[in-house]
Structures are given as C-alpha cells and as structure tokens.
Design a protein around this ligand. Sequence first.
Ligand SMILES: [Zn+2]
Length: 307
Amino acid sequence: MRRGMVLGVLLALGGLVAVKAQPPAADAPKVIEVEKVKDNLYVLRGGGGNTAVFITATGVVVVDAKNPGWGTPILNKIKELTPKPVTTLINTHTHGDHVSGNVEFPATIDFIAQENTKANMEKMQIFKEHNGVGMAKRTFKDKMTVGKGPDQIDLYYFGPGHTNGDAWVVFPALRVVHSGDIFANKGLPLIDSDNGGSVLHIHESLNKAFNGIKNVDTIINGHTPKNTTWAELKEFADYNQDFLKWAQAGLQAGKTPQQLADEGWKVPEKYTGYQPMVQAPKTPPATPPLFGGLAGRIQTLQKEMKK
Ligand SMILES: [Zn+2]
C-alpha cells in the first residue's frame, strides 16, 4: 500500500492510531498522472485515491480530492484539460485520502456526498480547521441524479462496506462508474468499523451494486493503477463472500481472530490477480497495519455477528 493512502486513512481516523512513519516532505513534488478514459472523462492518479474528472457542457464535475495539499494540484491539472470551471465535487466516502483536497476547492461550488459520509466528514479535523469549506452541501440516501442527457450522473448507495457511506458514481452515457474504496483494489478491502464499515455485509452491498447498476463496462477503482471491468466487480463480491465464509467457519469452530489471522486465508486459485494474503510476521511491523490487519478485520466480524 502506498504511503499516501496510509497517511490519508490515518488522518481520517483523527490521529487515533499512533503514526511512526515519517510523513512525506511538504515540498515533495506533487505529481499527478492523467489517464483519458473517454473524450470527456479522465482519471487523475497519485496523492491518494483516484480522482475522476468529468467535463460536461456547463462545467467540470470532480470525484474525490486526494490527500491534504492535493486540491490545488488537481485544479491545476484540470486547467490543462479544459478551460471550463469546476462546478461540482462529489466524494465517494469520508477518508482523508479522498476528501482532504476538498478544502482547496472554491467554496462556492456544489459539494455532494452520501448522507452518512457527510456526518462522518463533520467529525474530521480538517473541515473544522477550514470553517466547513469543502463540506458536503447536498446529500442523498439511496439514489440521486445530477445533470441530464450526456451529462447525467447517477449516485447510488447500496449499504455498508468500506464505510457506511460508500457512494457509487455512475456516468451512464459513458458506461463508467467510480467505485471509491468499496472496491479499492484486488485484495481484501479495508473495513473502517468506526465509520460504519461492515465485514459481514460488504459482499451484499457489492452484489446489490452489481445487480442494481445497469449498462456499465468500466470501473474507476479507489486505488488501482488500472481500471477494472464490470465482471471484475462480481468476482470481487464473490471473493469477499468466500473470505467471509472462511472467517465465520473459523470463529464458529472456536478459533480467535488472531489464531485465524496467523493461519491466514488461502485465496482460492480462481481469483487471479489478487494480492496473496500475507502471513502475520513473527516480529511486529514498525507501523501497525491499518484497522488491525487481518486479525482486526476478523475481530470486527466477530462483533458484528454478536449484534
Ligand atoms: Zn477509504
């Protein structure tokens, strides 16, 4: 995992986790790589979560704003792509590597997020420090449509996963969706239980998205260097369900989360391209894994199963 993302998530946790890694130097160059997905849709990579830039007839809609200090580099990069003004910023979820750049966007534009994400953002220090600039102004619960015709964007929420406010941002005319971190990459997803994420239900939310969103070919994932296909979302949902079955069976057999983590989950071979599950190291790493690593994830599940 890249350090930028680690930092961003730690920031999102409001410093609850001890950070031993040194942050990158403030003057380190902020390099953004641009991928053209369609004539009017780009992905900006680097500096945190993947940012989508959608150029409409009336202005630019941005999805996610990366780590602190990356809002201005995003805005500068957009100026190289189009003379149109940025009108809207949509956040996929509350984490610091997706929302921190918000505070550098013009305060007058439209900021949109799922309603639980807005509530989570309101707990974040960065928005308190900036008097609420960049905070979501408009929210939705399950679905919202912005714009129409070729400029239409459909926003969906299908239930808890990475957090309790993971928005799916669909560009129907382009058959593309930005999934945020509920499908960040091909590996076990991070589950932020403090912000309502769910190990028990993420596969259901993923399947609801797969079945509920129609006519999509391409996914801009939260953190992958390459976009994925719609079929890969189904595979990812199955992968999460298989992990859940393994963890639940182990807990029901009386094993502790730590015992299960030490044994490790053997990823079924049909999941090609997935990061292997790393065995727990014998000596603790310098930086504790996010959300307690594999053991923490199973512990979260154990708590959810007792509810
Ligand atoms: Zn995240």
